[in-house]
Design a protein around this ligand. Structure first.
Ligand code: ADP
Ligand code: GLC
Length: 489
């Protein structure tokens, strides 16, 4: 089979700019696809927060983007993903993207990403490069398949198949009806089986109706989103397209996330020799102002502060945990300020036992993953989740709620049975979380040998992109066959 030409279109890409796991995915999958021999490229906006890593070159010609009333002219920069032959194109348009935040609260947020998605399409002919597949990610790219099916239909570019990946159904990119005209799409697309929801434009829905194939980031989440309980209002659309929807568990970048080499860690270790992990714990306790106590179980959290992460359950459980057992907590959280309160209070009331840091801290995230004994992730919903996989790779059993990708990646510890890679609880309640933290604490005290075996099993899991990248290649070929009517030779 001939190699594929694939363009990934994403609002964030690690290591250039990252808000959450979407960036990790788009920074890692292309490397694996390139290693399989495909011509894979990435396009993303040049945000104010983008780091200019490596060599950058501006493309000679300005890029005309056909949105709004006049053509907008953007500049394109090109570099490669560090360590891989994957071109990355940055669309520079300062009116929209020269801001500190990636996703904006300002009213022009929807237009910013319509502009970006349209720019991604304009880039292909400018490069003289015809993709077989355009791989879209979440609502910010939702209108891209619509142009290919409508205003661009019949152009060479419209032969490209689209694969639309849902990373999180909760954010759907709602906007005023005027977005249809801004996008220069036909007014007839403003209907319930295309872009319209509740009298507004819903960009996620547009992508779900128009993309050739759909994927999401775990098999369990693929099932959950087809139900009213997990569908965020779009479950009828997902049931309608269920035959075209596949759940593929994300991998992780096992080169970057490796406790034997991670430069952010004060000591290194492997599954065979975990001595360095104890050093990481002691240094983390020092760094965060926790009591340096090797025998007290340390529970780590690294998370965006968003309601679906379930950290309110942890905030509610904390007073009981701290009142009834020896335990320390190290929390790193970024996002909604209103979710910080419970942790700030606990840190003030229990200095030396609870450390709470707010904001984004790339290296500190890694030191918490390595230095903790357990990793807490009580998500109410979790499409895939990467941090639990990083935790397992760093020998830190995760404590997770049974939802989405957490079901597909963490096996529950069964004392005496020699099985499991973490601790799984069912009900999204502070009580269930508390009980599970207690049993992890009990295993820490009473079953050290079993816990060591559990850490080693967790570290031995293969979360690399190898299998999942092969699944994406299958989906790409499936999409090309559906779009063009013939499988690729
Ligand atoms: P989500 O994308 O929903 O936030 P994931 O588990 O898929 O959840 O990915 C989160 C990614 O963001 C991980 O790479 C994690 O290390 C990182 N991360 C989350 N919060 C922070 C933070 N406050 N500081 C540094 N990294 C963070
Ligand atoms: C989203 C989801 C998260 C997933 C990530 C990468 O941010 O919330 O569960 O791991 O995307 O796909």
């Amino acid at each position: 089979m001939r190699p594929l030409k694939v363009l990934l279109v994403s609002p964030e890409v690690e290591p250039f700019v990252k808000v959450g796991g979407l960036a990790d995915m788009v920074g890692a999958l292309p490397k694996e696809l390139a290693a399989l021999g495909h011509d894979v490229r990435v396009v993303t906006p040049l945000h104010g927060a983008t780091r200019r890593l490596g060599e950058w070159q501006a493309l000679p010609d300005p890029l005309g983007v056909e949105v709004g009333e006049t053509t907008h002219w953007a500049r394109t920069w090109e570099t490669t993903l560090p360590g891989a032959p994957v071109p990355v194109y940055f669309i520079e348009y300062n009116d929209y993207f020269a801001r500190p935040e990636v996703y904006s609260e300002k009213p022009d947020n929807a237009r910013r990403f319509v502009f970006f998605a349209r720019a991604a399409l304009a880039l292909c002919p400018q490069l003289g490069w015809q993709p077989d597949v355009i791989h879209c990610h979440d609502w910010t790219t939702g209108l891209l398949p619509v142009w290919l099916n409508t205003t661009l239909r019949g152009t060479p570019l419209s032969r490209a198949a689209t694969v639309f990946t849902i990373h999180n159904l909760e954010h759907q990119g709602y906007a005023d009806k005027s977005l249809v005209a801004f996008a220069r799409l036909p007014g007839s697309e403003f209907r319930t089986d295309s872009m319209e929801s509740h009298g507004s434009v819903n960009q996620m829905k547009a992508g779900l109706y128009h993309a050739t194939k759909l994927t999401t980031v775990s098999p369990t989440y693929a099932k959950e989103i087809c139900t009213p309980a997990g569908g965020c209002g779009l479950d009828p659309v997902l049931r309608f397209r269920a035959a075209d929807l596949l759940g593929i568990l994300n991998g992780i970048d096992t080169v970057s996330w490796n406790p034997a080499t991670d430069p952010a860690l004060p000591a290194h270790y492997t599954a065979n020799d975990l001595a360095g992990k104890a050093v990481c714990k002691a240094r983390l306790q020092e760094e965060l102002g926790l009591e340096v106590a090797p025998d007290v179980p340390l529970f780590g959290v690294v998370s965006r502060l968003a309601p679906h992460k379930g950290l309110d359950l942890l905030a509610d459980a904390l007073p009981f945990v701290l009142g009834r057992m020896e335990a320390q907590f190290a929390l790193l959280g970024s996002g909604e300020r209103r979710l910080e309160g419970g942790f700030r209070a606990a840190a003030q009331r229990h200095p030396g036992r609870v450390a709470a840091h707010f904001g984004y801290g790339g290296d500190l995230a890694r030191r918490i993953q390595a230095g903790s004994d357990f990793f807490v992730m009580p998500s109410r919903a979790e499409p895939c989740g990467l941090t639990q996989m990083y935790a397992m790779r760093y020998g830190t059993p995760p404590i997770v709620r049974a939802t989405g990708g957490l079901v597909d990646s963490v096996w529950n510890f069964e004392p005496g049975a020699g099985r499991g890679t973490g601790f799984v609880f069912q009900e999204p309640t502070a009580k269930a979380l508390f009980a599970t933290i207690r049993s992890a604490g009990a295993a820490y005290r009473a079953r050290p040998a079993e816990l060591l075996a559990l850490r080693r099993r967790a570290m031995a899991q293969d979360f690399s992109w190898r299998d999942s990248a092969a699944k994406y290649v299958d989906v790409y070929r499936w999409a090309v066959a559906a779009r063009t009517g013939a499988p690729l030779a």
